[in-house]
Design a protein around this ligand. Structure first.
Ligand code: PGA
Length: 258
């Protein structure tokens, strides 16, 4: 039985003291738990090192929300994979729909980001997901296939084995609309099948596929109980220690039920 992963994506929220307060509250909450779930916290760049320091005394690891597709050099404002690693990040979100939409990130750039992360020993959390109109037009599977093929299928088997995929239907992100467990399961199973066709059964089985999009303490257990849902990528609900811990508890319950 695989363990679950619960990752918190703080997005562009919290000042430095607020971030510290939240990290400490989460660390305290986790202290009382014997965890089988892998907990990852992805704060904004300036808080990575602080998060990494606090994580040393706790049972979570730290991830970034973005990385440059350039290696290093004269690229003002960019943050490289090597910098993330040296600041304590072990994972990094890539291709979040907000970055695809607002910052016009292309599949080609995302593939470069994945390569740089892997070269720096950072696990990419590669996000995919369809927009509302695409779902309504019956294009969900085509969109997911394109995103996975273009962003990840240049990787060798041993490389893709290190990647985490997050399915985040764009219409469910920050909207309070959640995919039903059936909708989530259907797309997760499709993603696993794509991986299986290209890389074989073992790689597909071992692949972590997280669900994201208005996941909260009230729906986490039901979503995480789906066969192909290996945990969650949590936005809004990761900004409150209590809610985030409740979601981690749902992942724990799920593993015990299995
Ligand atoms: P949400 O965000 O949980 O606030 O919907 C999820 C995400 O964008 O990763």
């Amino acid at each position: 039985m695989k363990n679950k992963i619960v990752a918190g994506n703080w997005k562009m929220n919290k000042t430095f003291p607020e971030a510290e307060e939240l990290l400490v509250a989460i660390a305290e909450g986790l202290d009382d738990m014997t965890l089988e779930t892998d907990v990852i916290i992805c704060p904004p760049f300036p808080y990575l090192e602080m998060a990494a320091d606090i994580s040393e005394e706790s049972n979570f690891t730290v991830g970034a929300q973005n990385v440059s597709y350039m290696d290093k050099g004269a690229y003002t404002g960019e943050v490289s994979a090597a910098m993330l690693k040296s600041a304590g990040a072990d994972t990094c979100i890539v291709g979040h729909s907000e970055r695809r939409a607002y910052f016009k990130e292309t599949d080609e750039e995302l593939a470069k980001k994945v390569n740089l992360l892997l070269a720096n020993d950072i696990v990419p959390i590669f996000c995919v997901g369809e927009q509302k109109s695409e779902r309504e037009n019956g294009e969900t599977f085509n969109v997911i296939r394109r995103q996975i093929t273009q962003g990840l299928f240049h990787l060798k088997k041993e490389e893709i084995a290190q990647v985490i995929i997050a399915y985040e239907p764009v219409w469910a992100i920050g909207t309070g609309l959640t995919a039903t467990p059936q909708q989530a399961q259907e797309v997760h199973a499709f993603i696993r099948q794509l991986i299986e066709e290209k890389y074989g059964t073992e790689t597909a089985y071992n692949m972590y596929i997280l669900y994201g999009g208005s996941c909260n303490p009230g729906n986490a257990l039901e979503l995480f109980s789906c066969t192909d849902v290996d945990g969650g990528l949590i936005g809004g609900a990761s900004l409150k220690a209590e809610d985030f811990i409740a979601i981690i508890n749902a992942a724990e319950t799920c593993m015990k039920n299995d």
